[in-house]
Design a binder for this molecule. Structure first.
Ligand code: GRF
Length: 201
């Protein structure tokens, strides 16, 4: 299976996918990594893995539609079976999302439906929550609102700040995302209507 990964930054989640493809735990290959921000570390990770590392700078486009149209063209040239959003910090148009419906996943650093959007860790702390976590979901037009596939949670410690909590959650993301992607690649995970379906191994 072919995977195209979209990033905006450090790409530590991307790294776990590249590693899985390299060591055979993921029966897939990353055909392109695309960043909307030039010069980010995730692009270096892709290059190091021998994967096309592409930049499509959203600031050079006249509005969201124009960017998303160009992005879809670029993605489709790399023939993905699955599009993985890994720290891709852009809201996508409905048209774009519909084009990849059922074959686009996102990871969000909260226990959805809690804390869609930004600043998830600070919001969990401010609310006095005792646990935080991450959710992988199919992408639908509603921001961070698509059908959830799987979650992992971590405890919130008394002396946590947003940075320490983000680090603990990110450690779980690195276990959760490759696992869910493996389900998809192995044909076990599908979107049926509004529900994420996981078939037995
Ligand atoms: C992760 O916390 C992810 O959940 C969020 O952005 C962060 C990306 O980290 N959407 P990285 O670029 O994979 O290191």
């Amino acid at each position: 299976k072919n995977i195209v990964v979209l990033i905006s930054g450090s790409g530590s989640n991307l790294q776990t996918i590249l590693d899985g493809c390299a060591d055979g735990t993921l029966d897939a290959r990353v055909t392109a990594v695309i960043s909307n921000r030039p010069g980010v570390m995730g692009l270096q990770r892709a290059e190091r893995a021998g994967v096309p590392a592409l930049t499509l700078d959203h600031t050079l486009f006249e509005g969201r539609r124009a960017f998303d149209t160009a992005l879809a063209e670029l993605i489709d040239r790399h023939e993905p079976d699955l599009v993985v959003l890994a720290g891709f910090m852009r809201i996508l148009t409905d048209e774009f999302v519909r084009h990849y419906q059922g074959r686009m996943l996102n990871i969000h650093p909260s226990l959805l439906p809690k804390y869609a959007g930004l600043h998830t860790h600070q919001r969990a702390l401010d609310a006095g929550d005792t646990e935080a976590g991450a959710t992988v979901h199919f992408v639908t037009p509603e921001l961070d609102g698509g059908p959830p596939v799987a979650q992992m949670s971590v405890p919130i410690e008394a002396d946590d700040d947003a940075a320490s909590l983000a680090k603990r959650v990110l450690g779980q993301e690195h276990r959760l995302y490759p696992e869910v992607i493996r389900w998809f690649v192995n044909g076990r995970l599908t979107l049926r209507g509004d529900t994420a379906w996981l078939d037995d191994a």
